[in-house]
Design a protein around this ligand. Structure first.
Ligand code: ZN
Length: 194
C-alpha cells in the first residue's frame, strides 16, 4: 500500500521541487514497533535481563524531511539472530538494506539521505556513494583520528555563513572544511554550526 502511495506521489509531482533547496531529502531512523513480555513469535528480537525475556519487533524507517508532506518512503525490519547465541541484526545493516531496496523501487526519488551518528563511518558513506546518492550524517564524538583533526581545524576557521531569523532572535554561524576519512576515496565535507 505504501509503495503505491509513494508511486502516486511521484506521478503527481509532489516532490518535483524537492524538499530542501531543490533536493529531495529523506531521513532514516530506527524505531521499536511492538514489544511484549508475554507474547512472541519466531521473528521476534529478544532482550534478556536476568530471568525475563522481552520480545519485540524493530525496524528502520525512511521518511522525507523538509518542506511539504512527510511521506514514509519505506521501512525494513531487523532480523533476529539465527540461533539463541547469535546477536540480532544491527541497525546500520538494516539501514543499508532499507536504502538499497528503496532506490530499487523508486529510482531518482531521493537526492540526499540523512542519518544519525551510527552511520558516521566508511561503510555507510561508501554504501551511499555506490548507490549514487549523497548522504549527511551526524559526526560522532572522537569517532576516529581524521574526524578529531578536522573538528579542531574547523574550530579555528572563519564562519562561511551566518543564518539569522527575521527578528534576529536567533543567529547561527556555520563553519566548514574538507577532509578525507580512512577507506573513503572521495573527500568529505565537515560542517559545524555555533
Ligand atoms: Zn514476534
Amino acid at each position: 500500500m505504501n509503495d503505491h502511495i509513494v508511486k502516486k506521489s511521484v506521478e503527481n509531482k509532489v516532490f518535483e521541487n524537492g524538499t530542501i533547496d531543490g533536493y529531495t531529502v529523506a531521513a532514516i531512523d530506527g524505531t521499536k514497533f511492538f514489544g511484549s513480555n508475554k507474547k512472541s513469535c519466531p521473528a521476534c528480537l529478544k532482550n534478556t535481563k536476568g530471568q525475563k525475556t522481552h520480545c519485540f519487533h524493530s525496524g528502520a524507517v525512511m521518511s522525507t524531511v523538509g518542506n511539504g508532506p512527510k511521506l514514509v518512503i519505506g521501512f525494513e525490519m531487523y532480523k533476529p539472530g539465527q540461533d539463541p547465541s547469535s546477536k540480532d541484526e544491527g541497525e546500520l545493516n538494516v539501514g543499508k538494506r532499507l536504502i538499497s531496496s528503496i532506490l530499487k523501487r523508486h529510482k531518482k526519488l531521493i537526492d540526499v539521505v540523512v542519518y544519525d551518528a551510527l552511520a558516521c563511518n566508511s561503510v555507510w558513506i561508501n554504501h551511499c556513494r555506490n548507490l549514487g546518492i549523497d548522504t549527511v550524517v551526524r559526526a560522532k564524538n572522537n569517532n576516529n583520528k581524521s574526524l578529531r583533526f578536522i573538528k579542531k581545524k574547523t574550530n579555528k576557521s572563519v564562519e562561511v555563513e551566518v543564518w539569522e531569523d527575521e527578528r534576529e532572535f536567533e543567529k547561527v554561524e556555520v563553519y566548514e572544511s574538507t577532509f578525507t576519512m580512512d577507506n573513503v576515496e572521495q573527500p568529505l565535507r565537515f560542517v559545524k554550526s555555533s
